[in-house]
Design a protein around this ligand. Structure first.
Ligand code: ADP
Length: 525
């Protein structure tokens, strides 16, 4: 065992060997971890966290990183807690929003990010302005990808590493799967409680059911909107009241999602609009869901006319990617000006609705309800996949873009959930909203300072046997409550939706009442 004066490298490598549940050493030595090794490791880490910065200075490269980090952290971090083993880490990085400055000088402070897809300018810029460097090896803290993450990335995670998707979240973000999951909830828990998606058919699989249902209502000339099942940005979408148009598509070999068209949308200045709501899941066990207070309202660019069904995508589709090509598109060049252009901030929209005596609170209460229910519809699948493939409770978080259309009765309809909401910066308003949202997201999820990477994390309890779990149970429950409370303190622009004092209302919708959800439900009751 190392002595207190040994290098951080040695201790981290020791911890890697013994703490990582997938390491072969861990497997072999597992029985001794909970007892003999832990006090020694704890002692090492406590000693480490009390070494003054000056002592790091004359040591190796890794320690220099730690020193400059500590200096930076003095401005950035919240209070430090070197308390008991059961105390969650309270020193998490606080991110400042991306300023968009061109020349970023990155001092190597020991934080690394890695992209699993092509780099996204906003994510890269924000991380680099906050002291992160790109990593090409495995020594990264944050993994960002616009695509699904490979299973080997999950299985090899260390406790301090964060990846930006939960496995199987596509169950909620693929149009056909979202529809299937919500429909299942409608059947199991009452249509009325999950009546927030337009009635939808997945073709060709549900063709006979679709034709049967159409037959019943055909005298009212129903209008349908047809979308390729795994597409985005309005690509391939058409709107029709002619059943033949839909049947023709059957021959194209593509799978289509056909929904009833919501033909009485709430209008502003006679224009249709939809809402981009940012939603985060910071943890699946216990489930913690947040909604961002700001977001975007995206306007169509030609006056709404329900009779002009086929002619014009600029009337019926509210996608930015569609409307930016319209001659009527107005870019908002000044994010401090409200109610301007084809894209507004969500806060400006709420203010506008309030000024016009529209009950916006009711709209947003309903939106929050549909967010929680949509996530519960996939909770079990994600939970079980994490149990099998993700080593630590703290490894995954997710950012989703919920697209919501509000009708004239002020009822919000969920159109789709985006797996990787656009973080493109096409206007100063995007930079403001997405930049702040992302900085607040990284702050919320709790990125661990280097010197605390392996300390004080009870996530491993999940991997221990039952006796160990019982022994630690009380301590573990205290840890979970503290972790949850501390996360809330870091939430800034994110509003926590679940857990809350209303959690009990949702218990019946879960496939299984997880002990940690019950713990927090009782705590906040
Ligand atoms: P994509 O992923 O291709 O953007 P969406 O499901 O978001 O597809 O639909 C694109 C746009 O079409 C939405 O922004 C909205 O304006 C409109 N839209 C989608 N579904 C409906 C619907 N059921 N009723 C009315 N408008 C809809």
């Amino acid at each position: 065992m190392n002595s207190p004066g040994d290098s951080i490298d040695d201790i981290i490598s020791l911890l890697n060997k013994h703490y990582h549940p997938n390491s072969s050493q861990y497997q072999r030595q597992k029985p001794s971890i909970g007892s003999a090794m832990l006090p020694q490791i704890k002692q090492q880490l406590n000693v480490l966290s009390t070494i003054p910065n000056s002592q790091y200075n004359n040591q190796d490269k890794f320690k220099r990183k730690a020193t400059s980090l500590n200096r930076q952290q003095q401005q950035k971090t919240q209070t430090k807690d070197t308390g008991s083993f059961a105390t969650p880490m309270t020193r998490c990085l606080t991110f400042k929003p991306y300023s968009g400055s061109v020349d970023i000088i990155i001092n190597d402070v020991g934080y690394y990010y890695k992209f699993g897809s092509s780099p996204i300018k906003l994510v890269k810029g924000l991380l680099e302005e906050n002291g992160f460097k790109e990593s090409n090896d495995k020594n990264w803290t944050l993994y960002w990808s616009s695509c699904a993450i490979k299973s080997e990335v999950y299985t090899n995670l260390f406790a301090y590493q964060k990846v930006c998707h939960f496995p199987k979240s596509y169950e909620m973000t693929r149009k056909d799967l979202m529809h299937r999951n919500i429909s299942k909830m409608q059947i199991n828990h009452g249509f009325i409680n999950f009546n927030f998606i337009p009635k939808t058919y997945i073709l060709p699989t549900e063709m006979s059911y679709f034709l049967e249902e159409h037959e019943k209502i055909k005298n009212n000339t129903p209008v349908y909107i047809c979308k390729p099942h795994a597409s985005s940005q309005g690509k391939g979408i058409f709107i029709t009241d002619k059943i033949q148009d839909i049947l023709n598509k059957q021959n194209s070999n593509n799978s289509y999602v056909v929904s009833h068209y919501i033909d009485k949308p709430l209008l502003i200045n006679n224009l249709k609009f939809d809402l981009r709501i940012y939603v985060a899941i910071s943890c699946i066990n216990p489930l913690r869901i947040y909604v961002y207070q700001d977001g975007l309202a995206r306007f169509a660019t030609e006056a709404y006319n329900p009779d002009s069904i086929k002619q014009n995508r600029f009337v019926h589709l509210t996608n930015y990617s569609v409307n930016k090509d319209s001659p009527n598109f107005v870019a908002n060049q000044d994010p401090t000006l409200d109610y301007v252009g084809s894209k507004w901030s969500l806060l400006a929209l709420r203010e506008y609705l309030k000024l016009n005596k529209i009950n916006e609170q009711q709209i947003f209460d309903r939106i929050e309800d549909l967010i929680i229910k949509t996530i519960i519809s996939v909770e079990s699948t994600i939970f079980q996949t994490c149990e099998m493939n993700v080593p630590f409770r703290s490894n995954c978080f997710s950012l989703f873009g919920f697209d919501v259309l509000v009708d004239q009765l002020l009822k919000p309809w969920l159109l789709e959930v985006n797996f990787s909401p656009s973080l493109n910066i096409d206007a100063p308003l995007d930079l403001k909203i997405k930049g702040e949202m992302l900085a607040d997201l990284f702050t919320l999820i709790g990125i661990v300072p280097l010197d605390q990477r392996f300390s004080q994390d009870l996530s491993y309890v999940r991997n221990q046997n039952n006796n160990d779990f019982k022994k630690h149970q009380q301590e573990f429950e205290k840890y979970i409550i503290k972790e949850t409370e501390e996360e809330l303190k870091r939430s800034r622009g994110w509003k926590r939706l679940y857990p809350s004092d209303q959690s009990y209302r949702y218990t019946k919708y879960f496939e299984s009442d997880r002990p940690l959800n019950a713990l927090l439900r009782n705590y906040y009751k």
